[in-house]
Design a protein around this ligand. Structure first.
Ligand code: PLP
Length: 368
């Protein structure tokens, strides 16, 4: 069997550093908002070439806290991609605002900047580009539109740790970036975790207050805050993992190059990488008209795949109240029907990569 992503082998490759980090926290006697979180915030801000980093409980909360810190709420609209993990939309809903979907570019799967202006209304307050599958969205035109129309830009970086846009690491192209350290992400904790990076000091300070009960001084509450702190243990584990992020991403990139070379000429839509992007291959997503048959044939020969994602956010029961019926976002709907993610990961063996290549070639040829 070729697993989709072998999380256990990723952790065990660093057993010693992770155990040492655990012991350091255990022995410290301090478990919430201490040295480990402070140091991780400095190290991750440096890594992202951003001025500030604030550790929070998870990626969804990172998005929510930024929107709250931007004073976005009921009556406001926020532009989101029509094809993203639902967390991007949920964050907008949780602050009481309305997500307004915009269709993606067919080749990159990221929000199409040329379609954003048509979705802007007097209520629009912000745009959330998502760097989907590990590839940066085209930030320059998005930032230009935001500047012209007076909008904030919050990037969802949950799938794109260490990716570069025009040579610069993601971290502060827009007003802020929300990060997730869910175990399956390129930088993953052993549990939940998240962060916000930004160059805006006032915004960072508001998020620090919001994440800790709206309080700067214990038992004095300035605003209606949250309990959404990155905990000391996860921060210590992430500090052990951050130095390995580039190496893991390089291994993912080498697998992606092998797939791209091996599948060129097959009847299969392959991921396209624009000149401005250095992706980190969180996922390797192909498209096929008979996606479900292809997935079944691969499973039959021991190759695990996944679908990111099977149902478009606007067609989820959770968003039935928006009244965006079937057919309202056709580009996204077609993608959701055809995308398939192949195995890729920082510890995937050459033998497994070869097995995936051989299996995909046979299965695609048989479907032609
Ligand atoms: C994983 C993910 C999130 C949410 O992160 P959690 O830490 O699971 O809350 C948000 N957006 C995208 C695009 C994601 O992939």
């Amino acid at each position: 069997m070729v697993p989709f992503l072998d999380l256990k082998s990723i952790q065990l490759a660093q057993r010693e550093e992770l155990t040492a980090a655990f012991n350091r926290v255990l022995d410290s006697g301090w478990y919430i908002l201490g040295q480990e979180v402070t140091r991780f915030e400095q190290e991750y801000a440096d890594h992202c070439q951003a001025k500030h980093c604030v550790g929070v409980a998870n990626g969804l909360d990172a998005l929510v806290l930024v929107l709250r810190a931007m004073d976005i709420g009921p009556g406001d609209e926020v532009i989101v991609p029509s094809n993203t993990y639902i967390a991007t939309w949920l964050a907008v809903s949780h602050v009481g605002a309305t997500p307004v979907p915009v269709e993606p570019d067919e080749r990159t799967y990221n929000i199409d900047p040329a379609r954003i202006e048509a979705a802007i209304t007097p209520r629009t307050k912000a745009i959330i580009p998502v760097h989907l599958y590990g590839q940066p969205a085209d930030m320059a035109p998005i930032l230009a539109i935001a500047k012209k129309r007076g909008l904030r830009v919050l990037e969802d970086g949950a799938q794109a740790h260490a990716a570069r846009y025009q040579g610069q690491r993601l971290g502060a192209h827009g007003d802020a970036v929300a990060w997730s350290f869910y175990p399956g992400k390129n930088l993953g904790a052993i549990g939940d975790g998240g962060a916000v990076t930004t160059n805006d000091e006032a915004l960072a300070q508001r998020i620090r207050v919001l994440r800790n009960y709206g309080s700067q001084v214990k038992y004095h509450n300035e605003v209606i805050g949250y309990n959404s702190r990155l905990d000391e243990l996860q921060a210590a584990l992430l500090r052990a993992k951050l130095p390995q992020l580039e190496r893991g991403n390089q291994h993912r990139a080498s697998i992606a190059q092998r797939y791209l070379a091996a599948f060129a000429g097959l009847d299969l839509v392959l991921p396209a990488v624009p000149a401005f992007a250095e992706p980190v291959w969180h996922l390797f997503v192909v498209r096929h008209r008979q996606r479900d048959v292809l997935a079944k044939r691969l499973a039959d020969v021991g190759v695990a795949t996944m679908i990111h994602y099977p149902v478009a956010p606007h067609l989820q029961p959770a968003y039935a109240t928006l009244g965006l019926g079937k057919g309202s976002f056709p580009i996204s709907e077609a993608m959701h029907a055809e995308v398939l993610s192949l195995p890729i990961g920082p510890t995937q063996s050459d033998a497994d990569t070869e097995q995936v290549i051989a299996a995909v070639k046979v299965a695609v040829a048989a479907l032609a």
